[in-house]
Design a protein around this ligand. Structure first.
Ligand code: GAP
Length: 514
């Protein structure tokens, strides 16, 4: 994986150069923290979405899908608590006039301590070689233990202050840690203030009667307000889930790190409705299931960890993140939240409508509790993409850039090349494509030497290259080359489809969750 923060730039430029992600409105110098997914990016995103949807909806007979509107009645956001509590603490530097999220400044500070721990680990690893026991080292090395304690103390205090909305203490913490503005280098800070993240808009043409609306900051509320509709029309029995993928919008203060934190992004959320009292058990179950989904993609178990929340959102009685090791360190990829009956209970109050479930086994009605899993599709894209981008040293002292995307997610599954642009080879290549395209996205490439074409497809993330040569005309065989191993095999054209299918079949990948 590309590790160094500097190399994050390589990830961003690779995403642009190979048609994955572009800055929105680029010809007008772009719009900050808004991105467009290009020809390959749109496919990768679609495949991740499908991988999630299949695991959630298709593989669970008690989970169904939903596609609710982005615009919702404004009272939804009053009931959900977003109007009053969906705030970020912001702080301005008086010299640079730059605005920061106060909690992010502190977290960046602890990330630097974490980097020191990583350095100590790398040093010790070098010193002890194969006999190095990382777990033991982390638990016993006095310097590392000290760093770890420092991080825990800082984050605990930050969590507590945010939970109590003690913004004075958040500023005190920033001052005590002597955090300076990355731009001006000064510690000349304003007070910390709360800033609501919802985008407002208006419904209706006339200024007097227009209704103030919000663009949804999470997809979850579309699920809550449809809970009874789905339960009744689908004759769903508790426990059951409703899953949805869709756009969400947040006026993020700190909008950097590429597609990690955007103002318009996509969420894949699932609300699991359960009996009150069973939330602990379901919370643990969903933590486990979601981690299994991640691990099935083979990005490396060492790149994931759970992080229990110190500061709980206004709706939760327990919450954990699945963090992923992005090029800029471990950061939240997915949240698993035990949301109690907060949302449904609150919508009951605000709408005056009962949102209860009659449990035939208990012979009673109640407002169900909810365990939610919520993952950002764009963050998952970044996790997969950055983890897959590799610079490989080859035996002949050259390097190749290869995007080792999990084959199941790759935008194009194969590229077909005629060795030369004559003698009927392009026609045969096209015939092969015409057959394969019913099953997979396949591209044709006839430009440059075959070696150059291989490199191009490596950088594009295409798992297979198929070369048609003169022998193909005689015996109906082709060369198939595997992206990761660079191995080449001579195979019958008739077998190409099944060879590709074996590697990219979603079922095979999803079965690794079990
Ligand atoms: N319904 C719960 C909820 O929205 P969240 O932790 O605020 O919880 C869930 O968001 C996930 O959405 C995050 O784990 C992250 O992957 C993604 N996400 C949140 N804000 C984002 C942003 N500004 N840009 C991209 N992804 C974001």
């Amino acid at each position: 994986m590309v590790k160094q923060e500097d190399d994050f730039k390589k990830v961003i430029s690779h995403a642009k150069e190979y048609g994955y992600v572009f800055q929105s409105s680029e010809i007008y110098d772009g719009l900050s923290a808004v991105y467009d997914y290009a020809q390959n990016g749109a496919e990768l995103k679609k495949n991740i979405r499908e991988y999630w949807w299949k695991a959630m909806v298709q593989m669970n007979d008690n989970i169904v899908g939903l596609d609710s509107a982005i615009l919702m009645h404004p009272t939804v956001w009053k009931a959900s608590g977003h109007v009053d509590a969906f705030n970020d603490p912001l702080i301005d530097n008086k010299d640079s006039k730059k605005r920061y999220r106060a909690d992010v400044l502190v977290e960046d500070y602890t990330a630097k301590i974490e980097a020191k721990i990583d350095k100590e680990v790398a040093k010790a690893h070098k010193r002890f070689g194969d006999s190095f026991d990382k777990k033991q080292f982390l638990e016993t090395n006095p310097r590392v233990v000290g760093y770890q304690e420092q991080i825990t103390t800082i984050l605990k205090r930050l969590g507590k202050s945010l939970e109590k909305e003690d913004l004075v203490d958040v500023k005190n913490l920033i001052e005590e840690l002597e955090i300076a503005c990355p731009v001006s280098g000064s510690r000349n800070w304003t007070d910390v203030k709360q800033f609501n993240l919802m985008f407002g808009t208006k419904l209706g043409a006339s200024a007097d009667s227009a209704m103030n609306l919000y663009l949804r900051p999470e997809t979850a509320q579309g699920i809550f307000v449809n809970f009874l509709n789905v339960q009744k029309t689908g004759r769903m029995k508790i426990p059951f889930g409703i899953a949805q993928v869709g756009k969400a919008f947040r006026n993020e203060i700190v909008a950097r790190q590429f597609i990690f934190r955007q103002r318009e992004f996509e969420q894949m959320e699932m609300q699991f409705f359960i009996r009150p009292g069973s939330q602990k058990e379901w919370y643990e179950t969903w933590k486990e299931k979601r981690m299994a989904w991640h691990l099935s993609l083979g990005l490396g178990a060492e790149n994931y960890r759970f992080h229990d929340h110190e500061k709980l959102a206004h709706y939760a009685d327990a919450a954990a993140d699945i963090e992923f090791k992005f090029p800029f360190g471990f950061k939240e990829l997915e949240g698993i939240h035990s949301r109690t009956d907060f949302d449904l209970g609150s919508h009951e109050k605000f709408s005056g409508k009962k949102l209860q479930y009659f449990d035939p086994e208990l012979n009673e009605s109640y407002v169900p509790y909810v365990v939610e899993t919520s993952i950002g599709l764009d963050r998952m894209f970044l996790a997969v993409f950055s983890n897959s981008l590799v610079e490989e040293e080859l035996e002949n002292n050259t390097t190749r850039t290869v995007l080792k995307l999990p084959a199941v997610l790759a935008p194009n599954k194969a590229a077909v090349f005629p060795l030369v642009k004559k003698d009927g080879l392009p026609e045969l290549a096209q015939e092969i494509i015409d057959d394969l395209k019913w099953d997979f996205n396949v591209v044709y490439d006839e430009k440059d030497a075959v070696g150059r074409r291989y490199r191009r497809q490596d950088a594009n993330g295409t798992p297979f290259c198929i070369t048609v040569d003169h022998q193909s005309l005689e015996d109906n065989t082709v060369t198939i080359r595997h992206r990761d191993t660079m191995e080449q095999q001579r195979v019958a054209i008739a077998d190409v489809k099944s060879i590709i299918h074996k590697e990219v079949d979603m079922k095979t990948w999803l079965q690794r969750m079990l």
